[in-house]
Design a protein around this ligand. Structure first.
Ligand code: URA
Ligand code: SF4
Length: 216
């Protein structure tokens, strides 16, 4: 089965899943969005009001902020896979419960196996706890660590930074480091480095610009 087929099949299973109580109140399940060959995977907490309505992750206020943060890292949504630790909305946006996290984790694990990203960015403490149980986000945020076959970078949840202005510079700074961390991960994992920044600069220079000569 290709990675794309696996991702599709997981989304199908999630849409009819009744493994935890969250299925009772969901409108739409939110399996996650993005290319099956994404190099970076983001893992948030769970669907909120708008995600439950639309069936897609991070489409509300924190999603708008996430888009700004992605731009800060020079990537777009089309480049990354975005998922959550629970695929159905906890009522009233309460925290997901330990048994809900435990039973939903098989879908997330299957997504990680299919996508095989070089980097996983965890957003908030629930997805951080999956990889670094007991870690303090205020201490470890922005630090890339090898976990098995890949690298994991814990970051603050965009919603936390929206509600606590003091966190905003931290989350912006952490996202700004992502391009260099991705290159470091590629080197460590023996994957080719794609020199996107240079390519972009060449494209930006108009054809008749004398500067163009300097590039060759
Ligand atoms: N917050 C999350 O953690 N995930 C979403 O999909 C939306 C908001
Ligand atoms: Fe199933 Fe996960 Fe939804 Fe619970 S949250 S019903 S385990 S898909």
């Amino acid at each position: 089965m290709s990675a794309e087929e696996a991702i599709f099949q997981i989304a199908e299973e999630v849409s009819t899943c009744t493994k935890c109580v969250l299925h009772e109140s969901r409108k739409k399940s939110v399996p996650g969005d993005g290319p099956a060959d994404a190099e970076i995977m983001f893992i948030g907490e769970g669907p909120g009001f708008h995600e439950n309505e639309q069936g897609h992750p991070f489409v509300g206020a924190s999603g708008k902020f996430l888009d700004q943060l992605l731009a800060q890292a020079g990537v777009t949504r089309a480049d990354v896979f975005i998922a959550n630790v629970v695929k159905c909305r906890p009522p009233g946006n309460r925290d997901p419960l330990p048994d809900e996290l435990a039973v939903c984790d098989s879908y997330l694990e299957a997504q990680i196996q299919a996508i095989n990203p070089s980097i996983i960015v965890t957003l908030g403490r629930f997805s951080m706890n999956k990889f670094f149980p007991g870690a303090k986000i205020s201490t470890v945020h922005g630090q890339m660590q090898k976990v098995g076959e890949r690298f994991v970078i814990p970051m603050f949840h965009p919603a936390a930074a929206l509600h606590q202005a003091a966190l905003k510079p931290s989350i912006l700074g952490d996202f700004a480091k992502l391009p260099d961390q991705l290159n470091a991960a590629r080197v460590a994992l023996g994957k080719p480095i794609i020199v996107q920044k240079v390519k972009k600069k060449v494209e930006e220079i108009p054809d008749d610009s004398p500067q163009q000569l300097n590039l060759f």
